[in-house]
Design a protein around this ligand. Structure first.
Ligand code: ADP
Length: 417
């Protein structure tokens, strides 16, 4: 990088350079930066125009990135070789170059003027460096109407070129990062959308399969057929567990969930979810009881999210309760809230693990000896979704004594209906 020697630069130019440095540091919009550099280069050297050429890393040629002339687009398509051009010489030698009269300069390429419609008479070219001191491009000031280019012009333009080189490289990096981030974001959204669509689309046919299987199993009286149907039913239930985990995953990936706040008939929702699982419960010979209040319970929340929450609790109750066990589901009004209780007499949860079960991926059983399927996401997602809707979830349980999960949700009161 060139050192700016104060004796060689008058105070007005110095002040302008300091101001330019401030502007160059404050923007990372590449086009804005390039335009600014061009304007400052011409103003600081008292020239008619300026241009910037940056190295194309692939072709190792210089390319116009900006020019005072209008026809930048035509210029942009024109590569400038490193060996046989004025700018190329500046780049290669890494030294400033003054061409007093382009008519007598064999390295001058007149096609540039033809393309831009500008008439070049004289050139001061200086190398641009990045923060590591590598040459990344060339800054040229064109046509000095009053006299020749001075040493002061060389110093000023060199300093601006270095400030500009660093700023341009930073802006390029920022724009590359922005692009990469937006591509990642797009891919991530696509993946989440696919998971959401796939899990929803898989759920409907699977419910039909489960419904018919349970029906057939109920009707079957031959023990061999019952055993076969149980195997198929077991496989279909596992499949549904996987699909529900996909639904949970979708909420985990989204970060802060975007949920609706619509009126929900809580009793109808719970009844429907139990019906959906009736076949599975029968296959496990579970006794299920559902207690609903006389009057309907309207809550305010997101229907799909509430289905996920209640579905996760029912699935756990089924999963962690032994053959022939029982599950009680109670829904009741509690002040200004609706409380849902999902109680089972299954394996229970050790008292020191009662909070941990709401942590993502936490499962009481150690991973290597696990006999229950699942990702360990259901309760964490349930808590996130409930909290985002102004609700709560907690559990009472003891190891070997069954578990009781509670959900509290604000009622849709008369005032807000
Ligand atoms: P997953 O069921 O996929 O493992 P969850 O987040 O739904 O994930 O549950 C986390 C853990 O909490 C379960 O692995 C289990 O150890 C424990 N757990 C959840 N519900 C019950 C229940 N009803 N009875 C016993 N343990 C439970």
């Amino acid at each position: 990088m060139s050192d700016l020697s104060l004796e060689q630069v008058d105070s007005a130019r110095f002040a302008r350079l300091v101001e330019a440095s401030r502007v160059l540091n404050s923007t990372s919009d590449l086009n804005e930066l390039l335009d600014f550099i061009i304007r400052e280069a011409a103003a600081l050297t008292g020239t008619e125009a300026a241009s910037i050429m940056l190295l194309d890393a692939q072709t190792r040629e210089l390319r116009f990135a900006a020019a005072s002339a209008q026809a930048v687009e035509e210029l942009a398509g024109m590569p400038v070789g490193l060996d046989d051009s004025v700018a190329g010489t500046v780049f290669r030698t890494n030294e400033p170059l003054i061409v007093g009269d382009v008519a007598n300069e064999p390295r001058w390429n007149s096609q540039v003027d033809q393309a831009s419609g500008f008439r070049t008479d004289s050139i001061l070219g200086v190398p641009m460096h990045n923060v590591a001191g590598e040459t990344v491009g060339v800054l040229e000031a064109l046509n000095k109407p009053a006299g020749d280019f001075s040493q002061q012009d060389v110093e000023t333009l060199s300093t601006l070129a270095d400030l500009a080189g660093v700023a341009v490289e930073r802006a390029r990096l920022v724009s590359e990062l922005r692009e990469a981030y937006s591509q990642l974001n797009e891919l991530d959204q696509l993946k989440s959308k696919f998971i959401a669509v796939a899990s929803h689309e898989l759920r409907t046919p699977l419910s039909i399969i489960l419904g018919y299987l349970s029906f057939l199993r109920e009707k079957a009286d031959n023990p061999e057929t019952v055993a076969q149907l149980d195997t198929v039913l077991g496989a279909a239930v596992r499949l549904r567990g996987l699909i529900e985990d996909m639904l949970n995953l979708q909420y985990v990936e989204r970060g802060e969930p975007q949920l609706a706040a619509e009126p929900i008939d809580f009793c109808a929702l719970v009844r429907h979810l139990i019906e959906e699982r009736r076949g599975t419960m029968q296959a496990k010979k579970l006794h299920v009881s559902l207690h609903l209040p006389q009057a309907p319970l309207q809550i305010r929340g997101d229907g799909q999210a509430m289905e996920t929450v209640v579905g996760n609790l029912l699935n756990n109750a089924i999963k962690f309760t032994q053959l022939g066990g029982s599950i009680d589901v109670v829904l009741a009004r509690h002040g200004r809230e609706a409380w849902l209780e999902v109680r089972d007499d299954g394996i229970g949860i050790p008292s020191d693990k009662l909070e941990q079960v709401f942590t993502r991926f936490y499962q009481v059983e150690p991973p290597l000896v696990r006999s229950y399927e699942g990702l360990g996401l259901g309760l964490a997602v349930a808590r996130d979704l409930l909290e985002a809707q102004g609700g709560r979830i907690w559990v009472r349980s003891e190891k070997g004594e069954g578990s009781c999960f509670y959900v509290a949700m604000p009622l849709l009161t008369a005032a807000t209906r």
